[in-house]
Write a protein that binds this ligand. Structure first.
Ligand SMILES: Nc1ncnc2c1ncn2[C@@H]1O[C@H](COP(=O)(O)OP(=O)(O)OP(=O)(O)O)[C@@H](O)[C@H]1O
Ligand SMILES: [Mg+2]
Length: 229
């Protein structure tokens, strides 16, 4: 693997068994993500985009294939080890379409939750959280609960949360899927700019062609194959 490659997937395949039917979702996928770069994945609903992101995050197994997170090489046909799970918390962040903020916690508590759980909470984490909220334009909402935020504001908070640990890679699964066009555009600009400022590489799943075109590498997932466009 080239030293500037931050994430690489080799020969990743996945078939789901549904009753008697086999759904071949991913067929020998190869992908390579350079440091400080962005890659978009488009493709029809149900083609396997979320499945691929889950495999890249080691949330889900593949049937075959190998994955590298920088110099750490992992087989994907087995569950993530405790060691890998622990490493994941620092190596990558994830942003989902549906935000998944904890409703009982305020914005600052949501952004710093992983640090609280891992025992890494300290004043510099709080300062980092404020700084990310400022970058995302929602610093004034630090003490608000998610239920009182707009969708766009919730997603800005979710992006700040995903970047707290300075991940090398951010995976974003249709992050603007629940937002109107203008708000989605604003959130996407913030996402791309903040990843770039933070030096994080981005894998972006989106149905929006304009957003896809804003990334360095553009791919489409069709019939189990990932093709560059
Ligand atoms: N755990 C599972 N068991 C069986 N089939 C599954 C499972 N997870 C996903 N699938 C199937 O795999 C295919 C790919 O699903 P996936 O969620 O990855 O698609 P997607 O490209 O993310 O779709 P969307 O754009 O709608 O989010 C679908 O046919 C889905 O029904
Ligand atoms: Mg999906």
């Amino acid at each position: 693997m080239n030293s500037s490659t931050v994430l690489q997937g080799k020969e990743l395949s996945k078939t789901f068994r549904f009753g008697n039917e086999n759904i071949r979702v991913l067929q020998s996928i190869n992908l390579s993500l350079p440091a400080r770069s962005s890659l978009s994945i488009r493709g029809e609903s149900g083609c396997g985009k979320t499945t691929l992101l889950n495999i890249l995050a080691r949330i889900e197994n593949a049937d075959t294939g190998e994955l590298s997170w920088e110099d750490r090489i992992m087989r994907c046909d087995r569950r993530a080890s405790r060691n890998e799970v622990a490493h994941r918390a620092n190596f990558l962040g994830v942003v989902y379409q549906a935000y998944y903020l904890v409703p009982e916690l305020d914005v600052l508590e949501n952004v710093t939750l992983s640090a609280r759980i891992s025992g890494g909470m300290n004043q510099s984490m709080i300062e980092r959280a404020h700084s990310l909220l400022r970058q995302m334009g929602v610093e004034g909402k630090a003490r608000q609960i998610p239920g009182k935020l707009s969708g766009g504001e919730r997603q800005r908070v979710a992006i700040a949360r995903a970047l707290l640990n300075r991940p090398k890679v951010l995976l974003a699964d249709e992050p603007t899927g629940n937002l109107d066009e203008r708000t989605g555009g604003e959130v996407m600009d913030l996402l791309l700019n903040t990843c770039s400022q933070e030096g994080a590489s981005l894998i972006l799943v989106t149905h929006n062609l304009a957003f896809a075109r804003a990334t360095d590498q553009q791919t489409i997932l069709t019939e189990g194959k990932l093709n560059e466009v």
